[in-house]
Design a protein around this ligand. Structure first.
Ligand SMILES: [Zn+2]
Length: 426
């Protein structure tokens, strides 16, 4: 459960609260992460409606009452005479969705007192809030209950000890790997990947399609591994989950050394290392370039680290990659609406052909990587190690962090690409 929120609270969880109240029709005003009068009034109205004591403070009981709408399911204790059909009608869901959420339960013989997960017509992944680690973790836990076939693991830990969660979608022999938010102020890429996971699961239950591909086909042919947030500590700094009074914020502020736009300018991890310049793929060359530009020590961006794979986050991603037989990878970044596909002189079979198909389905341009950022990235390392297709996808247009209002367009551009990349991998 989340921490208590009240008048004066700030941050991504306040945004999540505001977003949820707005969705339910309790107008809390603009989703701005500031718990003011409008939010308090919305909480009071919600509490009265739910017959809670109306104090305007979001503590344990109020969070609990909000949970079904945030998690996308309710836990229901079976009473005599209940059937999946009647429950589906009562909760506005389908029998199939209840079956998928309760694989252990015999549909023809549900013992009274059984606790059922009943999915409700509501999405789990919010697409209008600053997407911090706590929301990511909460969404993954909720998706796991609602879609038990979803496999969730941790690839390792961040510097601050957060789990680097990844999921596996499907059961096919062909493995591919997508990751997001190597860079802190590119956290919108985590939302893209999380929404894809949710949509895939939903399509699986409904036996429909995701991004124009039959989910059944994807499930049987491919295993799609997704690690949506490689740099959760940095994301928490940029989204405000680490507020100005936190030691993490203060330490980062010292490393920032007065550079403009803090903390929105932050793309590194909390050690001040740019994670996408920390892979052993001509790392010395990346170091030479960045050092010559003056980035010789930990800071908000462009510091390559003391040596390749010096960071726990890059170590975890490299380890996960080595443990699998990934045939293709996508590394999600923002911004530019561009697909980068090359590294050095490598030319993996079909790499350009696949890039062209990904470009066609997304509308993103194919470009050569600019020399200044052509080394030591994850995509570079993958291509170097395996000589297989690897792509950096730069979503959206503008200045990082991109406003979450760009999400619908970014997702529309990328949902087909995400499905197609798995199909086209060999
Ligand atoms: Zn980036």
């Amino acid at each position: 459960m989340f921490q208590t929120l009240r008048r004066g609270s700030r941050g991504p969880l306040v945004e999540y609260l505001q977003s949820t109240l707005n969705r339910l029709g309790f107008n809390s005003g603009r989703v701005d992460g500031i718990f003011g009068a409008a939010t308090e009034n919305a909480v009071l109205r919600f509490q009265r409606r739910m017959s809670l004591s109306a104090d305007g403070i979001v503590g344990q009981k109020t969070w609990e009452a909000l949970m079904p709408y945030m998690r996308g399911y309710v836990i229901y204790k079976v009473r005599p005479g209940d059937t999946f059909y009647l429950l589906a009608n009562e909760y506005g869901t389908s029998v199939q969705a209840i079956i998928e959420a309760n694989p252990e339960v015999d549909l023809l013989n549900i013992p009274v007192g059984t606790l059922l997960t009943i999915p409700v017509a509501s999405n789990t992944v919010p697409t209008d809030v600053s997407y911090c680690y706590d929301i990511l973790k909460f969404n993954l836990e909720s998706l796991k209950v609602r879609y038990p076939f979803l496999e969730i693991s941790s690839a390792g830990n961040s510097l601050m000890g957060k789990d680097l969660f990844y999921v596996k979608l499907g059961n096919g022999p062909k493995e591919v790997f997508y990751n997001g938010a190597h860079h802190a102020n590119e956290w919108i890429t985590s939302v893209v990947l999380m929404k894809y996971i949710e949509q895939y699961c939903n399509a699986f239950v409904n036996n429909s399609s995701v991004g124009g591909e039959s989910v059944q086909r994807l499930f049987e042919q491919c295993s799609i591994y997704i690690l949506p947030m490689v740099n959760p500590d940095g994301v928490d700094l940029v989204t405000g989950a680490y507020g100005p009074d936190s030691p993490q914020y203060k330490a980062a502020e010292r490393l920032n050394a007065g550079r403009e736009g803090f903390p929105s300018n932050w793309s590194a991890n909390l050690a001040g290392v740019d994670l996408n310049l920390n892979y052993p793929a001509l790392w010395e060359k990346a170091k030479e370039i960045k050092f010559s530009l003056g980035y010789t020590s930990p800071g908000p961006f462009w510091y390559v680290g003391p040596y390749p794979l010096s960071e726990s986050e890059t170590q975890a991603v490299a380890r996960l990659t080595r443990e699998h037989n990934f045939r293709l990878i996508l590394a999600y970044h923002s911004q530019g609406e561009v697909i980068y596909w090359q590294f050095s002189t490598y030319n993996p079979p079909n790499s350009l052909e696949i890039a062209k198909s990904l470009s066609a389905v997304s509308g993103y341009r194919i470009e050569s990587t600019p020399e200044a950022s052509a080394y030591a990235g994850y995509k570079d390392w993958f291509i170097q190690e395996y000589n297989l297709p690897g792509y950096t996808i730069e979503v959206g247009l503008g200045k990082n962090p991109l406003p979450i209002s760009q999400f619908p367009e970014i997702y529309r551009d990328n949902v087909g690409l995400l499905s197609l990349a798995a199909i086209l991998a060999e």
